[in-house]
Design a protein around this ligand. Structure first.
Ligand SMILES: C[S@@+](CC[C@H](N)C(=O)[O-])C[C@H]1O[C@@H](n2cnc3c(N)ncnc32)[C@H](O)[C@@H]1O
Length: 282
């Protein structure tokens, strides 16, 4: 097999792993019942905040950085159940296009969006965010929450963001990352194994890659403590509610162990998380 073909098959495997995981019944019931209902991203906590409330705070904190987005076009990369899309469309007046690999999540997103009466403002497209069907310069804003970590080729995702954004368009995103200059990478191996990828991105990785693609930094808000808070809170909720939500004990135990790696990695300063906001130069 040539190097290119090896790269292609690693790529397909990487994207397939994310799709199969998010499409699985176990993951779907875990995320929809425990994580926060409509959201699958890190929340903002002060004490024992309800996960759904904390998750919604992240959406509002990000939206607040964008100013008035009424009438603007937003693409949400890796949109999950579309919780953020419904807030951006329903409360901030944007037109949102969700792109997501998981057909199970897309179906739930369609049902929730219809229920919310937002079908005319939200479009849901199945596909991978590193190879999007959208024309060049289609969107005012690219939005993504905790999804790009799953991309086998994160630079390809940024290439696509640079392509589909209009000149002057803004990218705002969060991503669970590793700390810049991390020395004991092997301590994160259980997390790499979980996402079937060799590493996570970092603040420095995104800053350099976006600079090379013609973006200027507006603001990076580092909130790594919230990553630890969030995973600890999800663990607590899962341990308490798995049985009543009908979550299989073996899945619960695997998940509790997996979540602990994130809690420990954040406490040890090996992980990073925050809100990154950039503008594509005109
Ligand atoms: C942790 S969830 C976040 C979902 C959503 N952004 C939210 O905050 O609720 C990660 C999401 O990324 C999606 N995803 C992973 N790889 C993807 C890819 N290559 N293209 C599009 N979506 C992808 C998954 O299907 C999942 O919905």
């Amino acid at each position: 097999m040539t190097d290119n073909r090896t790269a292609a098959s690693n790529y397909d495997e990487g994207v397939g792993v994310a799709r199969d995981y998010y499409d699985s019944e176990e993951a779907d019931s875990f995320y929809s019942a425990i994580w926060g209902g409509e959201d699958i991203h890190v929340g903002l906590y002060d004490g024992k905040t309800d996960i759904a409330v904390a998750s919604r705070r992240t959406v509002d904190r990000m939206a607040g950085k964008l100013g008035d987005i009424s009438g603007k076009s937003v693409v949400d990369l890796g949109a999950g159940y579309g919780g953020a899309a419904r807030v951006l469309a329903g409360e901030y007046g944007a037109h949102v296009t969700c792109i997501n690999l998981s057909s199970v999540e897309n179906e739930r997103n369609r049902a929730l969006t219809k229920e919310a009466g937002l079908g005319d403002r939200i479009k849901i497209v199945g596909g991978s965010f590193d190879n999007m069907i959208f024309d060049d310069s289609s969107f005012d804003i690219a939005w993504s929450q905790d999804a790009i970590l799953h991309a086998p080729d994160r630079l390809a995702v940024l290439d696509e963001v640079a392509r589909v954004l209009k000149p002057g368009g803004e990218l705002i995103f969060t991503d669970p990352m590793q700390a810049d200059g991390l020395e004991d990478r092997e301590a994160l191996q259980p997390i790499y194994d979980r996402i079937h990828l060799p590493d996570l991105a970092s603040f420095g990785f995104y800053d350099e890659a976006l600079g090379k693609r013609g973006f200027e930094k507006i603001e990076v808000e580092k909130l790594t403590d919230q990553l630890g808070n969030h995973y600890a809170r999800v663990r607590e909720e899962l341990a308490e509610r798995a049985a009543e939500e009908g979550i299989d004990a073996a899945f619960r135990d695997r998940m509790l162990a997996g979540l602990k790696h994130w809690v420990d990695g954040a406490a040890a300063g090996r992980l990073a998380w925050g809100i990154m906001h950039y503008r594509k130069r005109s």
